[in-house]
Design a protein. Sequence first.
Length: 294
Amino acid sequence: MAVQGALEAHLKTGLTTLARCWGITRSDGVRHGFTDHDRDLAFEGFTFRADTGVSAVALAQSSGLAVDNTEALGALSDAGVQEADIEAGRFDAAAVVCWLVNWAEVEMRSVVFRGQLGEIRRAGGAFEAELRGLTEALNRPFGRVFQKPCAAVLGDGACGFDTGAAGYFALRDIEGVEGGRVFSWGALAGFEPGWFTRGRLQMLSGAGAGLGGGIKRDWIDGGRRLIELWQPLRAEVAVGDRLQLVAGCDKRMETCRLKFDNLLNFRGFPDIPGEDWMLSYPRQDGRNTGGSLR
């Protein structure tokens, strides 16, 4: 008998041994398992812990394209979800699967929800997490945008550039840090000032390992090389922690050609006429080139 059929037969007996299990997979690969049963369960690579105090309210589902949603409630604890990990953003957009399972025979189970974590709220030693269904992705706009700057992200499939190539990344231990936002070194030999502007900083060790952010500025001040992020990292970082810096791209065609030698993969439209051209009108004299109308 198939798993679904076995579970259905068990439900029809009227005397059931059922529990719900939630599996959460963070973007860094760390897995968390929770169950409302009174003992731990294990299947599909998860260990679902019974002492984490996690439960869920009623699940809203539909057969159309409406977004399925529910909420998970639980207590913050060292054994389950830690407040520091939520604050650091490690649970942002984490993948979630919920099963209805026969705890006496876990092979009898069925997936009742699949999606990702949305907004997480925490207060008084507890947390409340919004769960968003797979159809949530249909609410996001897709497609190319006709614009002069490149629409690709440096190193992604559309760009195709290898950010691990020599000269385009740096591995360094932090020599100075201020507010988790401004990092400093005595020097970054081999990289001219501004090389990492609009690039990315990724933490490799310490409490912030796995976190990263976009680089706003890269400059020299008072003989020290400074790297500033757009937003501070949401975890404690300290002198001596290891990080990686990736070269920045300002999305211009000239930068793509001269800095990265990747013009064939440029995903912008640099020759789109400006607004002056759109507002121009026929004239009997002079050249109608789309330039400024004076």
